[in-house]
Design a binder for this molecule. Structure first.
Ligand code: FRU
Length: 313
């Protein structure tokens, strides 16, 4: 098996209310299902990478609270290592209340960051970089300076490790991470916030702001995703339509799934255009499943089926 993939970022508690419709304010609304899950972008992406067959580690801060046992067991059930995560006393895990609306498949997240501290640079520089072939950083506005130093540490100490960076939330400071990744994932929200109305324009615009040779990837929800790279002075951009299951069950973490599947394709040295198709396929399959377990079967369906939903930009 290849060296491990490492995802650096948030783990939190997700309290997920599965509702037949969006609740009306100031009413007492009954729901058919409530689940208690491990969430957070980097933590979710780890679950997906492990499902796809990668040796996977998560690095982020943990709280020594009553939820720690649940978090540790859930990482173990998903085969994700957390051996280097620092654990802090006197704090709680960040928590999200999520409403999954079965009517239109939206997921509405109300997130409370709590008093758990962000990952420090020394937690990262203690790692033995020889153990990793890919490191994915979730851009976190409260920790941008530390993330920049972690990336600098990787660049100075490894020629082989590839780095991906996720820029999701609409915070200007996250733009500072744009020039640092070999692959950069930029959300639809951040793209629109930056003035790009379409995925194609976003990819083209961000290529100019990223590291030479960087692959820029913009997922655009139900419309699909686009990716691009500057090759010998020319921007090559590909758009891919989304793939949807017969029945949408759970859209929470679809973006984290997309990112992980694309990272998987690049660790395995696939052409990025095939990686884009794969990421759309796996994200589409994920929303037909509750949680992330069971995704591995869809890697096989992708590998054996010809893809025919290519849409030129
Ligand atoms: C999904 C997610 C949830 C978490 C929230 C944090 O992408 O990671 O699991 O509650 O986003 O922003």
């Amino acid at each position: 098996m290849a060296n491990a993939s490492l995802c650096v970022g948030l783990v939190c508690i997700d309290i997920v209310a599965e509702s037949e419709r969006f609740p009306v304010e100031d009413t007492d609304h009954r729901i058919p299902n409530l689940s208690y899950r491990r969430g957070g972008n980097a933590s979710n992406s780890c679950s997906v990478l492990a499902q796809l067959g990668m040796k996977t580690e998560f690095l982020g801060t943990l709280s020594n609270s009553i939820q720690l046992d649940f978090i540790q067991r859930d990482f173990a059930e998903h085969s994700v290592s957390i051996e280097h995560c620092p654990i802090f006393p006197d704090c709680e895990f960040p928590t999200s209340i999520v409403i999954l609306n079965a009517c239109n498949s939206t997921r509405t997240i109300m997130h409370h960051p709590t008093n758990l501290q962000e990952l420090g640079v020394q937690h990262f520089t203690n790692l033995n970089l020889n153990n990793y072939s890919w490191i994915h950083f979730e851009g976190r506005s409260a920790n941008v300076d530390n993330i920049k130093q972690m990336i600098k540490f990787v660049r100075e100490n490894s020629k082989s490790i590839k780095i991906s960076v996720e820029i999701e939330k609409t915070r200007t400071v996250l733009g500072e991470l744009l020039p640092l990744g070999d692959v950069v994932f930029i959300s639809k929200e951040f793209s629109q916030f930056s003035g790009f109305p379409t995925m194609k324009e976003a990819v083209k615009g961000f290529i100019g702001l990223s590291r030479p040779g960087c692959i820029v990837v913009c997922a655009w929800g139900s419309e699909g995703a686009a990716a691009g790279q500057n090759v010998n002075g020319t921007d090559v951009v590909k758009c891919q339509s989304a793939s949807a299951p017969c029945r949408i069950i759970d859209t929470l973490g679809a973006g984290d799934t997309f990112n992980a599947a694309f990272v998987y394709s690049q660790i395995n040295l696939w052409d990025w255009k095939k990686g884009l198709e794969f990421a759309c396929h796996i994200a589409g399959c994920k929303i037909g499943l509750k949680g992330f377990l069971g995704l591995e079967q869809f890697k096989q369906t992708f590998l054996f089926e010809a893809s025919d939903n290519d849409s030129p930009c």
